[in-house]
Design a protein around this ligand. Structure first.
Ligand code: GDP
Length: 406
């Protein structure tokens, strides 16, 4: 059976309180995926997602940029989301185009005030999330305390799928509670093979796996059935149930690591593919047509075009308009209708932004995130659509029920 190529796309955002390590996590993802060959460091101003000099000067991520990278046969479009409360509008627009997000927390501070506000915004948009507890190498880092603060202050059901190996300075890896194996890193990078769980952690890992199975079975009918029949949950059932619970927003898978020391990033990418939705898994978007009628558009490349402009950047290459294509196909040279400004625009070039370079594309299809050149006036928030099928996509802030996949 041929799988729909859209199933291999993840439109991902990284949400965090300023300083939790969002920029460092983004950098390490780009490095791990081979998108950049040099590790950018926040302090020397070389980070690739921070395009704007003002942003580098202030050391906070102000302007969203979408960067595309590849991992294990999938394309991850990484949409940078400002962590600073002063940029709430921009956060809203970014959240609108995401299908899933990684929420980054500081392993010492746990949930901080801005993590709460961004979390609530993501709730309103029905964005499925996984959590990454970063800075496990810091003095005072405590995964259990961070998980407790996520539960108490944000109220999801957090499901830790890893157990740290070592603490603070000696944090060297994690026990993966799904494969019940140890993943470790040295200063040179990830150890190639998953190793057996260290003897001293075996009992605790077993107890945590058991707790994970029980918590999942309580919330997922399919898993409960297997749990009742066999008294346990197989790895495949557990992974599928975690995916369903994440898609529905019923639980948040928690991983940990140290982005700065480059520990935990590969399992995080694996978790993005395993648990977060593709454009096919999210509900259709709503819009209003010329006669005021409601239209729904699913991620179908053959449907009429509907795309949302969510970011405009003036760059040396030209005026770059970032688009999320919700339905249809957009081709180089196409004339599209800006239904918000009520004017025609021509798409001169379509680009996939890859951190340090732009790849030219002939077309972009439903589910994709690309940047286009040639649009003279489309503003962030504008709907671009087929001239013969005009439609304005609904404004942000409209909570969509998350798709039920059970
Ligand atoms: P952002 O504001 O969320 O984008 O956070 P940054 O990525 O800019 O990180 C804030 C600070 O925390 C920087 O000084 C980073 O070097 C540091 N940092 C990020 N990740 C880690 C980590 O895993 N461990 C430690 N010890 N520091 C980190």
């Amino acid at each position: 059976m041929r799988t729909n190529p859209l199933a291999t796309v993840r439109n991902l955002g990284i949400l965090a309180h300023v300083d939790a390590g969002k920029t460092t996590v983004t950098e390490r993802i780009l490095f791990a995926t081979g998108t950049t060959y040099k590790r950018g460091e926040v302090h020397d101003g070389t980070t690739v997602t921070d395009f704007d000099p003002q942003e580098r000067d202030r050391g906070i991520t102000i302007f969203a940029a979408a960067v595309s990278c590849a991992w294990d046969g999938h394309r991850i479009n990484l949409i940078d989301t400002p962590g600073h409360v002063d940029f709430a509008d921009e956060v809203e627009r970014s959240l609108r185009v995401l299908d899933g997000a990684v929420a980054v927390f500081d392993a010492v501070a746990g949930v901080e005030p801005q993590s709460e506000s961004v979390w609530r915004q993501a709730d309103r948009h029905g964005v499925p999330r996984i959590a990454f507890v970063n800075k496990m190498d810091r003095a005072g880092a405590d995964l259990d305390a961070a998980v407790a603060s996520i539960r108490e202050r944000l109220h999801p059901v957090p499901l830790a799928v890893q157990l740290p190996i070592g603490a603070e300075d000696t944090f060297t890896g994690v026990v993966d509670l799904l494969c019940m194996c140890a993943l470790t890193w040295t200063d040179e990078g990830k150890a190639d093979d998953a190793a057996p769980v260290p003897d001293e952690l075996r009992e605790e890992a077993r107890a945590r796996r058991r707790l994970l199975e029980e918590t999942v079975a309580e919330r997922h009918p399919g898993a409960l059935e297997e749990f009742c029949d066999t008294g346990t949950l197989g790895d495949a059932t557990l992974a599928a149930a975690l995916r369903d619970l994440t898609h529905r927003g019923d639980a948040v898978v928690v991983l940990c690591g140290s982005a700065y020391r480059n520990r935990g990033v590969e399992p995080l990418l694996d978790a993005v593919l395993a648990y977060l939705p593709s454009p096919l898994d999210v509900p259709p978007v709503h819009g209003t047509d010329r006669d005021g009628g409601e239209q729904r558009r699913a991620a179908d490349p053959a449907a009429p075009l509907a795309a949302l402009a969510f970011k405009v950047n003036a760059t040396a290459t030209g005026r770059l308009t970032y688009l999320r294509v919700y339905s249809g196909t957009i081709e180089k040279g196409d004339t599209v209708w800006d239904a918000t400004a009520r004017r025609s625009e021509r798409v001169a070039r379509i680009l996939r932004v890859q951190a340090d370079r732009h790849d030219r594309l002939d077309r972009a299809v439903a589910g994709d995130i690309v940047a286009v050149i040639g649009l003279k006036s489309a503003r962030p928030g504008a709907t671009l659509c087929a001239p013969e099928n005009p439609l304005v996509l609904e404004p942000p802030g409209v909570a969509e029920p998350v798709v039920s996949v059970a």
